[in-house]
Write a protein that binds this ligand. Structure first.
Ligand code: CAA
Length: 261
């Protein structure tokens, strides 16, 4: 496969594309060259018909310690605004149709916390260290943190965390509903993410993409419009081969052989 400098890509399980952030000298701080590679890797897996789901992880020490402070420190307003700084990666896992599971171990701070929250499912280990410490640097979260953290854990808690910059543990993330599951060790966390991704990749890719799309719509639409949107997509799936294949296999008590069409 393609080789990258700041990430590692692999296919450790059937149908699963794994991306590991790999900039160990800077605790996976997110800077432009890394984000360009991450973008390219997501897009490549999304296009690859043998892949059905993705896992995004870092090291045991750091998922990502935030946007690169050294890269940002000399930016002016004109540059940040003029180049729409962070716009190109603030929706990253949402620009691909296949689901992305984040497996978070170690530090997930600032942009790292935001990147984890952009993913479709978040798994973490108990000792993961989350936070939005931007206020300490004289800025605010810039990749969706103020919106996604608030949606996930409620206004008062999110406000307290964003205003104080205090970190919170993986166990907290799970208790507050930010993480879907929490694990004792980093290995268990990554294994479980791969296992869930393999399960998802074993279904019709068409149905899986539609599931992701309709659940994500719930974040933007009211319930009534959201349900209407869901119904349109639901109806549309009766035009897929996989709908016939899935239902016939059930009736014949066989395993479905998906065509992903
Ligand atoms: N940007 C650039 N470099 C970073 C970095 C970051 N966000 N986080 C860590 N590093 C670098 C350190 O500078 C250090 O490099 P050197 O060895 O060259 O000095 C190396 O990574 C190791 O870090 P530490 O020595 O600090 O490791 P530690 O174990 O003592 O502490 C830490 C770990 C608590 C995560 C600490 O590194 C830290 O506080 N990092 C910054 C966290 C932060 O503020 N993140 C938010 C950034 S702003 C943002 O993300 C904006 C946004 O919303 C998009």
């Amino acid at each position: 496969g393609k080789s990258y400098e700041y990430i590692k890509v692999s296919t450790p399980r059937t149908g699963v594309g794994m991306i590991e952030l790999h900039r160990p000298k800077a605790l996976n701080a997110l800077f432009t060259p890394l984000m360009l590679e991450l973008n390219a890797a997501f897009k490549a897996f999304d296009k690859d018909p043998s892949i059905g789901a993705m896992v995004l992880t870092g090291s045991h020490k750091a998922f990502a310690a935030g946007a690169d402070i050294k890269e940002m420190s000399t930016k002016t307003f004109a540059e940040a605004y003029g180049d729409d700084f962070i716009e190109s990666w603030s929706e990253l896992p949402n620009t691909v149709k296949k689901p992305v599971i984040s497996a978070v171990n170690g530090h997930a701070l600032g942009g790292g916390c935001e990147l984890a929250m952009m993913c479709d499912i978040l798994y973490c280990s108990e000792k993961a260290n989350f936070g939005q410490p931007e206020v300490k640097l004289g800025i605010i979260p810039g990749a969706g943190g103020s919106q996604r953290l608030t949606r996930a854990i409620g206004k008062s808690k999110a406000m307290e965390l964003i205003l104080t910059g205090k970190t919170f543990s993986g166990q907290n993330a799970y208790d507050w509903g930010l993480a879907a599951r929490v694990f004792e060790t980093a290995e268990q966390c990554v294994d479980a993410a791969l296992e869930t991704a393999e399960t998802i990749a074993g279904y019709s890719h068409i149905a899986v993409k539609a599931c992701k799309e309709v659940v994500n719509k719930s974040q933007d639409l009211g319930v009534r419009e959201g349900v209407e949107f869901e119904r349109r997509v639901f109806h549309g799936l009766f035009g897929s081969e996989d709908q016939t294949i899935g239902m016939t296999a059930f009736a014949e008590k066989k395993k479905a052989q998906w065509t992903h069409r």
